[in-house]
Design a protein around this ligand. Structure first.
Ligand code: FCB
Length: 465
C-alpha cells in the first residue's frame, strides 16, 4: 500500500466559532443557545463558558500566522450566526461580517483555503425562544442567514458547509439534553432533525443563488460507525435502529430524497412525521459537491431490555439521545481509549469512507473532522509531547490511505482541532488541539503532533510508524 497522499490532497485543521472565538458580547453579537446553556449551572463541566474561549476573535492574525507556519493548506472554521445576524432575522451586522471578511482575507493572503461552515451549533437564542429547530420557521431563517453570508463571502470562499453534525443539534440538543438548548423531548428532537435537513436544503439553495458557479457545497455529518456486539438477530437489529437514527436519517434525505421506512416505523409511536410537507424532500436532496465526514470512534451496540442510559457511547447524560430505538445497550469496545473514553479504532473511518463510496458513487468525500483528546501538559521546558495523538492521527491517516487505495474519492483531511478549545459540555477539560493553549495567558504552543502534522502536510508522505 502506498504511504503517499495524492497531489492536490487538501490538508487542513478545523475549529468552530463558539469553541474558539470568545468576544461573546462584542461588536453586537447576541447570545446563542450555547451562551445560555453554558451559563446555566450544572450544564457544562466546571461552569466553563465560551465567553473568552481561545480569544481567537482578537488573536485572528496571530492564529492565521500560526496556521501558515504549520503549512495548513486549508482552514475549516464556522461563522457565528448571532455575530452576523444578531436577532436571527433581518439584515446582517456589518461588524460581525467584517470579522469573517478579515479572517478570509488573512487566510487567502497566506495561501490557506477557507472552508466555511455556516452552522456549528450556535443558534441565536432569539430563534430558540421562538421554538428553535423543532419549528419549521427556523429552517427558513437559516436560509436567509446562508444568503447573507453567501453574499458577503461568496467571491472568496470556495468550499461551503451548511451544517455541522446535525445529529448532535437534534438529538443531544433536544432528546438527551446534554447539549444546548438542553431540552428532553423525543418528538421535538425528530422534528428538529427534519427541520435541520430542510435547513440544509434551503441553505444550499440560497447559497447556490449567490455564490459563483465554481463554489462547492457540502455538509459535515457524523455518520455512525455502528457495530453489533454479536451476530445475533437482536444485536443486528439494534445496530440497524441506531444506524437509522445516527446516519440514514440524514443521508437518505440528502442523497436520495426519502426517509428510511424502518426509521418511520421505529419512531411511529412518537410522531407521525406529518411535519414533512410536500416538496420538502426535493429541497433536501439538493445536489452536493462533497460530503464531509466527521469521525472519532465506532460504537458497539447490543439489544437490551430497556433503552438504558448510554454513557458508553461517549455522549454522557442520563437520557437516551435515540428516540424510538427501543432497547439498545452501548458497550465500551476493547482496546485503547482517548481522554473522552472514545475508543481508538481507525477501521470505523475506513468503513465509513467505503460505505459512502458505495452509497454515493461519484460524490467526493472529505474527512472534515478527526482527532483525539488527551491530557496534554507542558513539560519543564515548556514543550508539549503528545505521542498518543500522533499515533491516533497516524492510524487514522493510514485508514484514509487504505480507503484511497480501495477506490474511495477522498479529497482532504481536517484535523480536529487546530487549538485546544471549549469542548462543549466538557468545557476546557478536554484538549483536542494540535496546538496547546494556556488559558491563563492565551499562549499557543504547537504540540509534537503539530510538528508531525506539518511535516506530513509538506511531504504528503505518511512516515513509517
Ligand atoms: C465533534 C464536534 C466538534 C468537536 C469534536 C470533538 O462532534 O463537531 O465541535 O467538539 O466533536
Amino acid at each position: 500500500m502506498t504511504m503517499t497522499f495524492p497531489p492536490g490532497f487538501l490538508w487542513g485543521a478545523a475549529t468552530a466559532a463558539y469553541q474558539v472565538e470568545g468576544a461573546a458580547a462584542e461588536d453586537g453579537r447576541t447570545p446563542s443557545i450555547w451562551d445560555t446553556f453554558a451559563r446555566t449551572p450544572g450544564r457544562v463541566l466546571g461552569g466553563d463558558t465560551g465567553d473568552t474561549a481561545t480569544d481567537h476573535y482578537h488573536r485572528r492574525r496571530e492564529d492565521v500566522s500560526l496556521m501558515a507556519e504549520l503549512g495548513l493548506g486549508a482552514y475549516r472554521f464556522s461563522v457565528s450566526w448571532p455575530r452576523v445576524q444578531p436577532t436571527g432575522r433581518g439584515p446582517a451586522s456589518r461588524r460581525g461580517l467584517d470579522f469573517y471578511r478579515a479572517l478570509v482575507d488573512d487566510l487567502l493572503a497566506r495561501g490557506i483555503r477557507p472552508v466555511l461552515t455556516l452552522y456549528h451549533w450556535d443558534l441565536p437564542q432569539e430563534l430558540e425562544d421562538a421554538g428553535g429547530w423543532p419549528e419549521r420557521e427556523t429552517a427558513h431563517r437559516f436560509a436567509d442567514y446562508a444568503h447573507l453570508v453567501g453574499e458577503a463571502l461568496g467571491d472568496r470562499v470556495g468550499l461551503w458547509t451548511t451544517l455541522n453534525e446535525p445529529w448532535c443539534s437534534a438529538f443531544l440538543g433536544y432528546a438527551s439534553g446534554v447539549h444546548a438548548p438542553g431540552r428532553t423531548d423525543d418528538a421535538a428532537a425528530l422534528r428538529a432533525a427534519h427541520h435541520l435537513n430542510l435547513a440544509h436544503g434551503l441553505g444550499a439553495q440560497a447559497l447556490r443563488a449567490v455564490v459563483p458557479a465554481g463554489a462547492r457545497l457540502s455538509v459535515a455529518l457524523n455518520p455512525g460507525a455502528v457495530r453489533a456486539r454479536t451476530p445475533s438477530p437482536g444485536d443486528v437489529d439494534a445496530q440497524r435502529r441506531i444506524d437509522a437514527l445516527s446516519t440514514r436519517i440524514f443521508t437518505e434525505p440528502m442523497l436520495r430524497g426519502t426517509y428510511p421506512a424502518d426509521l418511520l416505523a421505529d419512531t411511529a409511536a412518537i410522531t407521525d412525521w406529518s411535519f414533512v410537507l410536500d416538496g420538502d424532500m426535493d429541497v433536501i436532496k439538493h445536489p452536493l459537491d462533497a460530503l464531509g465526514i466527521n469521525y472519532y470512534a465506532p460504537s458497539v451496540v447490543s439489544a437490551a431490555t430497556d433503552n438504558r442510559p448510554v454513557r458508553a457511547d461517549g455522549h454522557g447524560g442520563e437520557r437516551s439521545p435515540w428516540p424510538g430505538a427501543g432497547g439498545v445497550a452501548f458497550h465500551r469496545p476493547p482496546g485503547k481509549q482517548t481522554a473522552m473514553d472514545w475508543s481508538v479504532d481507525p477501521t470505523g473511518l475506513y468503513d465509513l469512507l467505503m460505505r459512502f463510496t458505495r452509497e454515493a458513487p461519484g460524490l467526493p468525500l472529505i474527512v472534515t473532522e478527526n482527532g483525539a483528546a488527551y491530557d496534554d501538559k507542558p513539560g519543564a521546558d515548556g514543550t508539549v509531547h503528545d505521542p498518543e495523538r500522533i499515533a491516533y492521527l497516524h492510524a487514522h491517516l493510514e485508514a484514509v490511505l487504505r480507503a484511497l487505495t480501495d477506490g474511495a474519492d477522498v479529497r482532504g483531511y481536517f484535523l480536529w482541532s487546530l487549538l485546544d478549545n471549549f469542548e462543549w459540555a466538557y468545557g476546557y477539560s478536554k484538549r483536542f488541539g494540535a496546538v496547546y493553549v494556556d488559558y491563563a495567558t492565551q499562549a499557543r504552543t504547537p504540540k509534537s503532533s503539530a510538528h508531525w502534522y506539518a511535516r506530513l502536510m509538506r511531504t504528503g508522505q505518511l512516515p513509517p510508524r
